[in-house]
Design a protein around this ligand. Sequence first.
Ligand SMILES: C[S@@+](CC[C@H](N)C(=O)[O-])C[C@H]1O[C@@H](n2cnc3c(N)ncnc32)[C@H](O)[C@@H]1O
Length: 193
Amino acid sequence: MEPVLDWEARYQESSVPWERTGLNPAFVAWQSWLRDHQGGTVVVPGCGRSPELQAFADMGFNVIGVDLSPSAAQFQETVLAAKGLDGKLVVSNLFDWSPDTPVDFVYEQTCLCALKPDHWRAYENLLTRWLRPGGTLLALFMQTGESGGPPFHCGKAAMEQLFSEQRWIWDETSVRSEHPLGVHELGFRLTLR
Ligand SMILES: C[S@@+](CC[C@H](N)C(=O)[O-])C[C@H]1O[C@@H](n2cnc3c(N)ncnc32)[C@H](O)[C@@H]1O
């Protein structure tokens, strides 16, 4: 599955308008819930240089970041090491990778919206294999209200179809995060049946 952009080039050129200066507000809102689930393993697909990977590690999670950009992975490794935190970075197309054993959490932040919508079903299938039954997908669905992308609009109705109730239990409490691109994300916790 070919990426839609040369993401490595975007990092090399510092053309990264999706990056925040701090933690995603949804991550902050979920932190007390996360504190009750410390110690599990979390995969962050398309982690880029985002600070949530380090924040998970800081909270005691085993973290695995997956990204096809070598410089983003290197950035994460450098920051983790500087903070004395453990974590594994995998430089790979996420469609070519799987964890050794199913994990407890996946943190989805601006990865789905960076994939071609034609690849979304394959991505959802992949997540059902990455997660253990009862594992949680912390998902931030990008709301652009526009056609085209990236970022591609991840409307709620389309997400409900993609992450169907047959496979996922939706926690209906949503969290809204404003995004530096002038759009916003809707955060949901979804449990794999
Ligand atoms: C919009 S950026 C978001 C980065 C990060 N999640 C953040 O919030 O800052 C999308 C990221 O997904 C990565 N990516 C895109 N397609 C990918 C794929 N097929 N496999 C692995 N990583 C991918 C890119 O390299 C980039 O780091």
